[in-house]
Design a protein around this ligand. Structure first.
Ligand SMILES: [Zn+2]
Length: 201
């Protein structure tokens, strides 16, 4: 599971955006394989001792699938209205009520804000941009993210309708406001809008 909320939950757990190391709950081995990718808590098996276990970091005790909560929190966090978020979730067969959807967004959004506000990011000279592609009710959307190459610290974000053509200056401004600096090197996957905006800065 990838995305803002998941990155945040991992960061909160281990203080870095490095991929999370999952260990066997019985023997502590890191020789783990994922069993299936169905909606819900992720299921793993330990190759050393054979134990099956699930991983639900940050979603302990929740009845709904982490995927649904993640989609909800991320859409609301990047500015989609609750009404539209409800529609998106219903379109992907998450049949929970408006109140629950509001509550998830509130709880996790608040958690992210509170945590990230308390951090002054120590970022390096090399940043990279990532694009996350989403399809929302048949419409393409892109989530642009700016990350510190070394720490994978997630500096800024922006939702756009078009790949490569949207104005990404708001994200650059946000990144500069948060870190107080401009990177000397910016790596992007060939998206010209990032390179051009960086040149303009
Ligand atoms: Zn084991």
């Amino acid at each position: 599971m990838m995305g803002i909320l998941n990155d945040f939950l991992v960061f909160k757990e281990q203080n870095t955006f490095e991929p999370r190391q999952i260990l066997c709950l019985r023997c502590g081995s890191s020789d783990i394989i994922q069993k299936g990718a169905r909606i819900g808590n992720h299921r793993f098996q330990c190759k050393s001792c054979g134990k099956y276990f699930t991983d639900s970091l940050g979603f302990e005790g929740r009845r709904s699938a982490p995927e649904y909560i993640t989609v909800d929190v991320e859409l609301v966090y990047v500015g989609l209205s609750i009404r539209k978020t409800v529609k998106v979730l219903h379109s992907i067969y998450c049949n929970v009520g408006r109140f629950t959807i509001h509550r998830w967004a509130d709880q996790y959004g608040h958690m992210m804000d509170e945590y990230l506000d308390g951090i002054t990011p120590l970022v390096g000279e090399e940043w990279r941009t990532d694009e996350i592609y989403m399809k929302i009710r048949g419409k393409r959307k892109y989530l642009f993210a700016m990350l510190d190459s070394e720490t994978r610290y997630w500096i800024a974000k922006q939702v756009a309708t078009h790949k490569g053509t949207d104005d990404v200056r708001p994200m650059f401004k946000q990144a500069r406001d948060i870190t107080g600096k401009i990177p000397s090197k910016l790596i992007s996957d060939g998206a010209s809008n990032f390179a051009e905006t960086h040149k303009d800065e």
